[in-house]
Design a protein. Structure first.
Length: 207
């Protein structure tokens, strides 16, 4: 049995390695994504949740292609992913936000826990948009079982970067966003390997 461990330092290092030579493209994409999501917020939270789901999954899909098939990170690749993923991504964004909101009504902490429990569903949908939102959420819960604290620690490990971005009036987030998402993509890949290794999931579950 191959032993896999959650290694956030390695995920971050691999993310920086993957982004070498692609920073201009990823910053352009993240600028577009963050701008559209910000504008959608003005139209209401429901619209915001759906739009963020659509663009986030397309962004993640580009990173997955770059990691698995060494496809270049490009605007064309982003548009291709956007066209093939938009409906499940829209539903995923709405479904995830609905459940996080409902759990948050109990208290803040349950909402945070569920946020991390559902966090991998967008990566599942990016990998296979035909899998269905409910199934993707269930897979996310299995992938994150026992690793929600790891994922929270991963988020907190970027705290210094968050502070620096705020010092730039938020402009720095256009560079931090791809770094964070690529790191999450690496974490997702290992979480899936762990689930396969432990018999919690199989490749057939992602079909």
């Amino acid at each position: 049995m191959i032993l896999f461990m959650f290694n956030r330092k390695e995920y971050k290092k691999s993310a920086l390695d993957s982004l070498k030579g692609h920073w201009l493209d990823t910053i352009l994409l993240s600028t577009i994504l963050l701008a559209i999501c910000a504008l959608s917020f003005c139209a209401g939270f429901v619209v915001f949740a759906g739009v963020c789901g659509i663009f986030s999954v397309a962004f993640i899909s580009v990173f997955m292609k770059q990691n698995s098939a060494s496809e270049p990170i490009s605007f064309d690749s982003f548009l291709e992913s956007l066209g093939s993923h938009w409906l499940p991504s829209l539903l995923g964004g709405l479904w995830c936000c609905l459940w996080v909101f409902l759990w948050s009504l109990l208290f803040v902490i349950p909402g945070i826990v569920k946020f991390y429990s559902y966090s991998m569903m967008f990566f599942v949908l990016a990998e296979n948009p035909k899998i269905g939102v409910e199934k993707a959420m269930n897979i996310s819960k299995i992938l994150t079982n026992g690793h929600k604290a790891d994922l929270f620690a991963l988020t907190m490990s970027f705290f210094g970067w968050y502070f620096l971005c705020l010092c730039t009036s938020g402009v720095g987030f256009i560079a931090l966003f791809p770094y964070y998402k690529m790191t999450q993509t690496n974490a997702y890949s290992d979480l899936k390997k762990m689930a396969f290794n432990e018999g919690k999931l199989s490749p057939a579950d992602f079909a």
